[in-house]
Ligand binder design. Structure first.
Ligand code: SAH
Ligand code: SF4
Ligand code: F3S
Length: 435
């Protein structure tokens, strides 16, 4: 057998890309590749890209630029582009960047090994199909290596919502759910290998329909797996939060009290222009119902400021909504015009105005986040310990609310869930003592 070839994957964008990179690395294992953390000694480099905002897409071209000398020095190195930029601009990448050997979109990753073989033969390969077959059935099984305590598992992919600003329905395709039996098999396998917490992934994960009971049904079945301690899911859409899922937050102990529920704006006018198909009031009423089921739930969200047509009054309504909800964590973005989406054709908000709004919103969100984190001091939380902390004898992990927590715990193995009393709140983490 020849020497193992080395594969370097650089991952941009969302958690689904992180999961996809793991699956691609495993598939390439079948081609004799092992992964490396160093691009310089790789035989193949894959950039797993994100197209969500302009800056995200630009990163790929600048990274390719940085890799030029590497490719010149060692022309045998194969360079591939995967992910959402590959899907959106595949043909253009092939044209603009002759150093790229292969381009493959998210729904064709199971074809990567065959493409690699073609590329080794000197060809260039492009595949941005949305094939009939299910890539997960054709991607090779994950090798039985030990795993970190926390893992992602894609259960649903794609989006039919077509928010006016968003590329995802075009880059990931239509909504598809993986059958529950397959998800459960993969989950059991991950748990056998040391996983204690699963985060179920989907662009609209709560639209999951691979189980007769929807996402709630899947979560309840997953909760029956011995050794699996925690279940999370992301990202959910307000219009798909059904009663069964809300009820699960109330009575399924393994489902963690944390919910990422993006609303994007607090103005009904803007929500309508965004094609979100819900109002601010609908969202707030939903939050009330979720909190009634699970009073301590930690909420997180996404906001876009400077969407075409957004006025100061609209923006004030976003601030009002944020004040009404109280987020433990949030992501906020300046609107970025994406070619091919409906909003790209509309008159844009002045960039200076949008930047100012983003600053104001982020200041408010940060103050909420800090206050909620500080309020943890004195409380007891449960922590899934994942890895050694910075100080000797320290272990770090995540609370049920997804706060980073560290504690002196020299005898605890990674993967242990333990009760911790929080004694201090630092910038990005909480410090505690085992109880
Ligand atoms: N499927 C998820 C995630 C979509 S992308 C969802 O529906 O929430 C993650 C976030 O990026 C979005 O929630 C939105 O806030 C932001 N986003 C998407 N397109 C954007 C654009 N064109 N400009 C700025 N932010 C955008
Ligand atoms: Fe994009 Fe909207 Fe679909 Fe989320 S729901 S992926 S923001 S189109
Ligand atoms: Fe980016 Fe694609 Fe995820 S555009 S956010 S990598 S679905």
């Amino acid at each position: 057998m020849g020497k193992a070839k080395k594969l370097f994957i650089k991952t941009y964008g969302c958690q689904m890309n992180v999961y996809d990179s793991e699956r691609m690395a495993e598939a390439m294992g079948g081609q004799g590749y092992v992964t490396t953390d160093c691009a310089e000694d790789a035989d193949m480099i894959l950039l797993n890209t994100c197209h969500i905002r302009e800056k995200a897409a630009e990163k790929m071209y600048s990274e390719l630029g940085r890799m030029k000398p590497l490719k010149q020095a060692r022309p045998g190195v194969k360079i591939g582009v995967t992910g959402c930029v590959a899907q959106a601009e595949g043909a253009e990448i092939m044209r603009r960047a002759p150093m790229v050997d292969l381009v493959v979109g998210p729904q064709s990753y199971h074809r990567l090994p065959a493409m690699e073989a073609a590329v080794q033969g000197g060809a260039r390969a492009l595949d941005t199909d949305f094939p009939e077959e299910d890539k997960f059935d054709h991607l090779i099984a994950r090798p039985k290596a030990a795993r970190a305590p926390s893992a992602f598992l894609t259960v649903q992919e794609g989006c039919d919502k077509f928010c006016a600003f968003c590329v995802v329905p075009y880059t990931r395709g239509a909504e598809v759910s993986r059958p529950a039996a397959r998800v459960l098999d993969e989950a059991r396998d991950l748990v056998e290998r040391g996983v204690r917490e699963l985060t179920l992934l989907g662009q609209n994960v709560n639209a999951y329909h691979g189980h007769p009971g929807g996402l709630a049904g899947l979560i309840r079945d997953l909760a029956l797996i011995d050794g699996l301690a925690r279940i999370r899911y992301t990202t959910s859409h307000p219009n798909d939060m059904d009663d069964a899922l809300i009820a699960a937050h109330g009575d399924c102990d393994k489902l963690m009290p944390y919910l990422h529920l993006p609303v994007q704006s607090g103005s009904d006018r803007v929500l309508k222009a965004m094609n979100r198909k819900h109002t601010a009031q609908h969202y707030l009423a939903l939050i009330n119902r979720i909190r009634a089921a699970r009073p301590d739930i930690m909420l997180s969200g996404d906001f876009i400021v400077g969407f075409p047509g957004e006025t100061d009054a609209d923006f004030q309504q976003t601030l009002d909504l944020v004040r009404a909800v109280g987020y433990g964590q949030c992501y906020s973005f300046k609107y970025s015009s994406r070619p091919g989406t409906p909003a790209a054709e509309r008159a844009q908000v002045d960039d200076v105005v949008a930047s100012e709004r983003l600053q104001v919103l982020q200041a408010l969100l940060t103050s909420q986040q800090v206050a909620i984190q500080n309020a943890m001091v004195g409380r007891e939380v449960s922590v899934l310990f994942e890895k050694p902390g910075r100080l000797p004898g320290q272990m770090g992990g995540k609370s049920q609310y997804l706060h980073a927590v560290h504690a002196h715990a020299p005898d605890l193995a990674a993967g242990t869930v333990a009760r911790v009393r929080i004694v201090e709140s630092a910038r990005n983490s909480l410090g505690g003592v085992l109880v």
